[in-house]
Design a protein around this ligand. Structure first.
Ligand code: GDP
Ligand code: IMO
Ligand code: MG
Length: 430
């Protein structure tokens, strides 16, 4: 029974960190396999709140091996900072963290490019990236000519590579004449800085693909921690308002190097409503009192950028699509307590597009922008549930909401979360 993956089925921030922390107990290894420091995963344990960007949410159990696999893009400064921050709060990060020598490295030019291109894309609407250099680094990875992997930092020709790429990037950045003048990048300073990072990271750098294959073949229990959400998947999400990696379930194997045959359980994580940070269509968005209430009650502000998250009703059309795409076996429904005070709740059960009712999720962002959500209205339960620990102790109307949601998505609910703490969790079948 080796592999479980935890995948966000919306636009990110579904509380994957909480679920991974919870499931870590039953696993030997926890793996981040895509994305980078655009992710912000929150773990609340022992009265302390931790925000993780690159380090797997399994790090709080010292006997568990954490792995940052090949498909992740690594900003060494941010990773070292995270290691230090954890250390200062009593969480030791040593040999229990391995980082792939194949992971691509984020450089200062990637930040410049993210800043310059973010606002220009997508026919007038900004993607609203996290400005962490993620897209530009993945672009260089696929383009190959200007890419640097973590293992390259230890090679003899690293200085030469930095000089060569800096020259090219400075020429390219100078082309953005109408933009705020980009800084000129200094190859020598970058080289010195990254050599120092390389020295500090050395104890963690390994061939994680080989490590994970050995572990999978030996029957070790591996937990794969998705970042972002399936609707942000570069191939299957709401392109171009997506991130630059395969953030749905289909990305687990490519990012980690572990074949699908070793992943036999997929947990699809959803909020009991929907949020989105950044630009792009969002059919069930409530840019009104309801949205403001959800934002306030759910503290819906970006973990990474602190931007207010856009809030809206649960979209069962989108979640059904991503549950299928990600191969979700079961659902974890999170932040259910946030809906406690609302007198009635809506679930989007279908879209109307060009006068036709459909439950298909459109492949083009412009079509998604044009859909009219068709809602079903359910009564709210208007009762606090944060202290409930057993499914049958939830109010009847609350269970009716969950059961409807589950039926529409087409997956059973295995976990319900009623608060940020590890303890505030209901295992449905127990
Ligand atoms: P992730 O990126 O998917 O790991 O999610 P984030 O950490 O960005 O956002 C989830 C937020 O919801 C965090 O602040 C969590 O502490 C919080 N949270 C998790 N589960 C619950 C819950 O059931 N109820 C409430 N009220 N907050 C929760
Ligand atoms: P976690 O793992 C929510 C969004 C950004 C932007 C788009 C592209 O915490 O769920 P990028 O910087 O990746 O190029 O930005 O993707 N985005 C996220 N939204 N949660 C995340 O991660 C996100 N990571 C990226 O807001 O719209
Ligand atoms: Mg997050």
């Amino acid at each position: 029974m080796p592999g479980t993956s935890v995948i966000g089925l919306q636009w990110g921030d579904e509380a994957k960190g909480k679920i991974v922390d919870l499931l870590t107990e039953q696993h030997d290894i926890v793996v981040r396999y895509q994305g980078g420091a655009n992710a912000g995963h929150t773990v609340v344990t022992g009265g302390q709140t931790f925000k993780l960007s690159l380090i797997p949410s399994g790090i709080f159990r010292p006997q568990v091996q954490c792995v940052v696999a090949a498909g992740v893009v690594v900003n060494p400064a941010s990773l070292l900072d995270e290691i230090e921050q954890l250390g200062s709060r009593g969480v030791t990060v040593g040999k229990n963290l391995l980082i792939s020598d194949r992971a691509h490295v984020i450089f200062p030019w990637h930040f410049e490019e993210d800043r310059l291109l973010n606002e220009r894309c997508a026919g007038g609407e900004a993607i609203g990236t996290t400005l962490r250099g993620i897209g530009p680094c993945y672009r260089d990875k696929v383009g190959r000519s200007w890419a640097v992997r973590l293992g390259d930092l230890y090679r003899d020709d690293f200085r030469q590579r930095v000089e060569q790429i800096t020259r090219a990037k400075n020429a390219m950045l100078a082309g953005f004449q109408d933009a705020q003048a980009p800084a000129t990048l200094d190859a020598e300073a970058i080289y010195t800085q990254y050599r120092a990072y390389a020295d500090r990271l050395r104890p963690h750098v390994a061939d994680t693909t080989a490590f994970l294959l050995d572990a999978a073949e030996a029957g070790q229990r591996i937990l794969f921690e998705g970042a972002q959400g399936a609707l942000l998947d570069v191939d299957h999400g709401t392109f171009p308002f997506v991130t630059s990696s395969n953030s749905s379930g289909v990305g687990v194997s490519s990012g980690s190097g572990v074949p699908g045959r070793y992943i036999n359980r997929v947990i699809g994580v959803v909020k009991a409503y929907t949020t989105r940070v950044g630009g792009g269509p969002f059919p069930t968005e409530q840019d009104n009192e309801t949205g403001d209430h959800i934002r306030r009650r759910g503290n819906e502000y970006g973990t990474v950028t602190r931007r207010p998250r856009r809030c809206g009703w649960f979209d069962a059309v989108a979640a059904r699509y991503t549950a299928r795409l990600s191969g979700a076996d079961v659902l974890a429904v999170m932040l259910l307590d946030v809906l406690c005070e609302l007198p009635e709740l809506k679930i989007c059960v279908a879209y109307e597009l060009d006068g036709r009712r459909t439950t298909d999720f459109p492949s083009h962002a412009d079509d998604l922008r044009r859909v009219e959500p068709i809602y079903e209205t359910l009564p709210g339960w208007q009762q606090e549930i944060s202290d409930v620990r057993r499914y049958h102790d939830l109010p009847t109307k609350c269970r009716a909401y969950l059961e409807r949601l589950s039926r529409l998505v087409g997956r059973p609910i295995e976990i319900v979360s009623v608060g940020p703490d590890r303890q505030q969790t209901i295992l449905v079948r127990s």
